[in-house]
Design a protein around this ligand. Structure first.
Ligand code: PEP
Length: 251
């Protein structure tokens, strides 16, 4: 059976001491979360090492928010998948809409980054999702399908064991507007079908698909009750340990 996951994307928030405090609070409360629900935190890169120490011995796993599209060398400011792995990360988020929008992240680059992340032993949380114009033009199914095909169709069924998908409608991220449970479910079901078409139904059934976009304690239960929604990628609400854990208790 596929794994349920609640992952917190801290974005560009928390200094190192603040990150350690938040991570310790999440780790302490993580004992309340059932064994079948995975917890992941994704602090800024500067905090990965200290947060790794802070969550040691708990069930909380560690993720970066991005990785480089090269292995090493003259790429000032970049951080490779191997470096991320070496500080204790098990995961990296890739293709977040903020990176697609502000940093020129393309599907082509995401193929390279996903490959490098998998080679470094990292799991990948791949984000897809439509923007408001695309939603209003009724293109949301097509946009998500294309993003999935462009990136994941370059990988194998074996690779898919290490890949989690996050459906994050851009219009719902940090806006307070959440997709309704029905809107989210129909895209999740579509994504699962697109995965099944390439990798078969068993792989599709085993793939964890998270919802992200203003998910909070008050709406998580309804979202997670949908049959194709396997948890959440949480932004704002992940910055409060109580809210984050409350969300993880919403299955
Ligand atoms: C995100 O950025 O991944 C996200 C889902 O943000 P928020 O929960 O704040 O909308």
């Amino acid at each position: 059976m596929r794994k349920k996951i609640v992952a917190g994307n801290w974005k560009m928030n928390t200094t190192c001491p603040e990150g350690v405090e938040l991570a310790k609070a999440v780790a302490a409360k993580s004992v309340e979360v059932p064994a079948n629900v995975g917890l992941i935190v994704a602090p800024p890169a500067t905090n990965l090492y200290c947060v790794a120490e802070a969550i040691k011995g708990s069930k909380v796993e560690l993720s970066a928010q991005n990785c480089a599209d090269h292995t090493s060398g003259a790429y000032t400011g970049e951080i490779s998948a191997a470096m991320i792995s070496s500080v204790g990360c098990q995961w990296t988020i890739l293709g977040h809409s903020e990176r697609r929008q502000y940093y020129g992240e393309t599907d082509e680059k995401l193929v390279v980054k996903t490959k490098l992340a998998l080679e470094a032993g990292l799991g990948v949380i791949l984000c897809v999702g439509e923007n408001l114009d695309e939603r209003e033009a009724g293109k949301h199914f097509d946009v998500c399908t294309e993003q999935i095909k462009n990136v994941l169709y370059n990988f194998t069924a074996e690779d898919m064991k290490k890949i989690v998908i996050a459906y994050e409608p851009v219009w719902a991220i940090g806006t307070g507007k959440t997709a309704t449970a029905e809107q989210a479910e129909e895209i999740h079901a579509c994504i699962r079908k697109v995965i099944a078409e390439k990798f078969g139904q068993t792989v599709a059934d085993d793939t964890t698909i998270l919802y992200g976009g203003s998910c909070k304690p008050s709406n998580a239960k309804e979202l997670f009750a949908q049959s194709d929604i396997d948890g959440g990628l949480i932004g704002g609400a992940a910055l409060k340990a109580d809210d984050f854990i409350q969300i993880a208790l919403s299955f």
